[in-house]
Design a protein around this ligand. Structure first.
Ligand code: TUI
Length: 317
């Protein structure tokens, strides 16, 4: 059993968040993770406000436990989505791809904990001043939109820079990763890719297969010239993006090529020309399991590693 201050802050049993993933983590997956004692998070991406309201209401039907909603701050609907969240009331809001500072007071006044993803120490400090409840330090091992630093270097630097709890994300998929994150000073972990292969995840089966099949070097980062680099499993689409990059094509061509590609992969199962966002840890994911079993094995694995490491320290070598 591993409890941290994050468990008390969020009212959860295990310090494990399921990353909010657009077109992937719906009310089904989020509620399954929350029922299993972690914090499930509904991914909203560019979804319109009515979709978000519907998902929040479904999750409330499926579980009485706390769950979260991830708001992608580049969404054209961000203001309306925040309004829906304030109307419906959710336990936690995580944010990605920007600075959520201006939304913090209203969300907290409604009883919602605000936990932004930060790709740097500077943003972590700025958001601590804006009174966020915790931060997610996400390394570039992650899938989807990423920053520049790895989890290994980002987490300890953020831990040293802020007093709020730090959640480590990026490259974590089993108990060893959890123990490593705690060793770096994190109070918990967030995992996305591992939960895509949860039984309850409603993503297209071909996406789960692509992750199960992926090896260590099977993801690639594209879209750097747009200012929004994205990590995906290599396929025909990522090669088209690489060609645009090699030919120094303008940003508009990248944007045009990307339109609708995430939905095409995650919903329609187009793993050739769709955007199969996944982290580098995909190479470690080898089985589809219920969320509850993923979390139980994760925590048991972490406890075992921590015992082994504790024993090494005791030997006095
Ligand atoms: O947000 C993510 N991952 C995502 S979002 C997504 S959908 C998408 N749609 C269009 C363009 C790009 C992506 C797929 N995956 N992770 C959290 C994350 N946030 N990673 C990096 C950041 C980030 C980057 C810059 C957070 C804050 C930030 O701040 C800039 C500033 O305003 O200082």
């Amino acid at each position: 059993m591993i409890r941290t201050k994050l468990c008390d802050l969020l009212g959860i049993e295990y310090p494990v968040l399921q990353g909010g993933m657009a077109w992937v983590s719906d009310a089904r997956l989020a509620s399954a993770v929350s029922e299993a004692g972690g914090l499930g998070i509904i991914g909203t991406g560019h979804a319109p406000p009515d979709f978000v309201r519907d998902q929040i209401r479904k999750a409330k039907e499926y579980t009485d436990k706390p769950f979260g909603v991830n708001v992608m701050l580049l969404s054209p609907f961000v203001e309306e989505v925040m309004k829906v969240i304030l109307e419906e009331g959710v336990a936690v809001v995580t944010t990605g791809a920007g600075n959520p500072g201006k939304y913090v007071p209203a969300l907290q006044a409604r009883g919602t904990k605000v936990i932004p993803v930060v790709p740097s120490v500077a943003l972590a400090k700025r958001l601590e001043r804006a009174k966020v409840d915790a931060v997610i330090a996400e390394g570039m091992e992650s899938g989807g939109h990423i920053g520049e630093l790895t989890t290994m270097v980002l987490v300890p630097q953020v831990v040293d820079a802020v007093k709020v709890p730090v959640i480590a994300a990026g490259g974590i998929g089993d108990g060893r990763g959890v123990a490593a994150a705690l060793a770096l000073g994190a109070s918990g972990v967030q995992m996305g890719t591992r939960f895509v292969c949860a039984e309850e995840c409603t993503v297209h089966a071909r996406v789960k297969e692509a992750i199960l099949k992926a090896k260590d070097r099977d993801t690639v980062v594209t879209g750097r010239p747009t200012g929004h680099p994205v990590r995906c499993i290599k396929n025909k689409l990522t090669r088209q993006f690489e060609e645009l990059e090699a030919r120094c094509r303008p940003v508009e061509e990248f944007e045009k090529l990307g339109i609708g590609r995430l939905r095409a992969a995650m919903v329609e199962g187009d793993t050739e020309y769709g955007s199969v966002m996944a982290g580098q840890i995909a190479g470690l994911v080898s089985e589809i399991k219920p969320a509850k079993l993923i979390i139980e094995e994760l925590m048991a694995g972490a406890v075992e590693v921590m015992r082994r490491l504790g024993g090494m320290a005791g030997e006095g070598r």
